[in-house]
Design a protein around this ligand. Structure first.
Ligand SMILES: Nc1ncnc2c1ncn2[C@@H]1O[C@H](COP(=O)(O)OP(=O)(O)OP(=O)(O)O)[C@@H](O)[C@H]1O
Length: 291
């Protein structure tokens, strides 16, 4: 569905993406995670054909997306500040969606407008931040585009609206399976919906894995310093803290029965780290290693 091969891109001689390769061949909801400035939006805008790679090639449904209408009919890219017409209302947005997206689902669009309580007559520029995001999500989800790209789709949404969005995302995907790429900083909330995770870091894809595998990684062990040190000898320690005679570490290992047994045998407590904390440490570790 998408093929990114050896793509490099920079702004005014400042490199952002460096020989990035990324393939998704099946319909899937995939999260893109990375620290601020990692290049998530840059990668998404290249996939959407808004910019052309400096090097390498991109294909979306077999087409080069840059300046290519044949590719655009397969694509819906919803970015943070979507350039909606200044005077647009929700009705204009819906007309735009119907016109540009051959698979547009009008019934879903109407239901989402209702759910997000979006006023039909007010101009979108006068919406609150959360309402603007919700309006953009109506476009992204109802587009049913084969490659739907959502950049920070929960920005500004309150907890209830985020829940509505996650339910609608899943419903829209189940009704019309396709590739939905979602960049997010709120990985804990969205990870139950995603089958794969792409981590961007230092200009490249640090990992691209099945969510069910990566969400098991990162374990926290707590106990007496000497016991923790003994058990974690030779392990990849991602984080460590001491308080008196007690030590707590995060190691880069899967939360497996084997590890639970080892912890129990040594009198250590064991917990699964959050995916968010694991990823923060994973990207920090790389910085340390490279530094
Ligand atoms: N139009 C631009 N001109 C110059 N530099 C840019 C431009 N857009 C982005 N950059 C730079 O490219 C790098 C990657 O930015 P990008 O917006 O792709 O990251 P991101 O992962 O989406 O970040 P965030 O999580 O903060 O939204 C940053 O260093 C940013 O300053």
């Amino acid at each position: 569905m998408i093929r990114v091969d050896q793509v490099s891109y920079g702004y005014h001689q400042t490199p952002v993406l460096d020989h990035v390769t990324l393939h998704e061949s099946e319909p899937v909801i995939s999260a893109i995670w990375g620290r601020n400035g990692a290049g998530k939006t840059t990668l998404m805008s290249l996939l959407a054909g808004h910019n052309r790679p400096d090097q390498g090639s991109i294909q979306v449904m077999g087409e080069d997306p840059y300046n290519n209408l044949a590719a655009q009919k397969h694509l819906c890219y919803v970015q943070e500040n979507h350039p909606l017409g200044r005077n647009w209302t929700i009705s204009d947005l819906v007309r735009f969606g119907q016109y540009f997206h051959p698979e547009w689902n009008q019934e879903l669009a109407e239901r989402l407008i209702d759910l997000f309580e979006l006023p039909s007559k007010r101009k979108i520029v006068k919406f609150s931040k959360g309402m603007k995001t919700a309006a953009q999500m109506v476009l992204g989800l109802a587009s049913h585009a084969s490659v739907t790209i959502l950049d920070e789709p929960t920005n500004g949404l309150d907890a209830e609206k985020r829940k509505f969005f996650y339910n609608a995302l899943l419903e829209s995907y189940e009704e019309h399976p396709r590739l939905i790429l979602v960049s997010t900083h709120h990985i804990e909330e969205i990870q139950p919906l995603c089958e794969s995770l792409i981590v961007l870091h230092q200009g490249g894809v640090l990992c691209h894995e099945q969510m069910e595998e990566i969400r098991e990684r990162g374990i926290l062990l707590t106990g007496l310093i000497r016991d923790v040190d003994q058990v974690t000898q030779g392990e990849n320690i991602m984080e460590s803290a001491q308080l008196g005679s007690t030590k707590k570490v995060m190691i880069d290992a899967s939360y497996s029965k084997e590890w639970r047994d080892i912890a129990q045998a040594h009198g250590l407590s064991i917990e699964k780290a959050t995916l968010q904390d694991y990823l923060v440490n994973l990207t920090r570790k790389q910085e340390v290693l490279k530094g």
